[in-house]
Design a binder for this molecule. Structure first.
Ligand SMILES: C[S@@+](CC[C@H](N)C(=O)[O-])C[C@H]1O[C@@H](n2cnc3c(N)ncnc32)[C@H](O)[C@@H]1O
Length: 191
């Protein structure tokens, strides 16, 4: 059987976060979209944990709310119809893990997508909000207009973080054609 981790950066993200995100953790889904990641996070943190989810599209938030209610997972999730660049307005506590799954939602308007300036603003706030040993995971897609610019801005920010404060890891497929997705992981080493 093939390993799904060698084809899919979102599954690899979950593998790396497997032991970090536990019952009772506080986590952020910075790009809710269809709610697959939000559901995964809500299941992992359980009733004693908390998930904050952001998206700028009303349809994404509404569809995710329905998905979570169906699965009886809505109690521990706060869905916020606003940009992740404003996350500090809604979150007044430190968090264990933050997921960014960038780009656009395939089933909705492809012109509504993450952008370098707001992504960078959100990542800076994420670095502040993370607990010691908390993990920031960013799935990056290059195939859309602005995707390369966004990736370069992200790398410029994260690859220059002080090693005493953060570990930064990048994973990318080396022989896949057509702009395969990339994953950057950051662990915070200080409070
Ligand atoms: C690739 S999709 C996310 C997929 C999602 N994680 C899932 O499990 O289905 C990217 C999402 O980012 C959202 N988005 C774009 N700009 C945003 C912003 N500034 N803040 C929050 N969400 C944003 C889009 O509306 C879109 O739904």
């Amino acid at each position: 059987m093939r390993s799904k981790y060698l084809t899919n950066v979102t599954d690899l993200t979950k593998l790396i976060n497997k032991d970090i995100i536990k019952e009772g953790c506080v986590v952020i889904d910075a790009t809710v979209g269809n709610g697959y990641d939000t559901q995964y996070l809500a299941e992992k943190v359980g009733n004693t944990g908390k998930v904050y989810g952001f998206d700028i599209q009303k349809e994404a938030i509404e569809n995710t709310k329905k998905r979570l209610e169906k699965e009886k997972l809505f109690n521990n999730v706060t869905l916020i119809l606003d940009g992740h660049e404003n996350m500090d307005k809604y979150i007044n506590e430190k968090v264990d893990s933050i997921f960014f799954n960038l780009g656009y939602l395939p089933k909705l308007d492809h012109n509504i997508k993450t952008k370098a300036d707001t992504t960078i603003a959100a990542l800076k706030k994420s670095l502040d909000l993370l607990k010691k040993n908390g993990i920031l995971s960013i799935c990056i897609y290059l195939g859309h207009d602005g995707g390369v610019e966004e990736k370069e801005a992200i790398e410029d920010l994260l690859f220059n973080l002080e090693q005493k404060n953060f570990d930064v890891l990048k994973c990318s497929f080396k022989n896949q054609k057509n702009n395969p997705p990339q994953l950057i992981l950051v662990e915070k080493k200080v409070d």
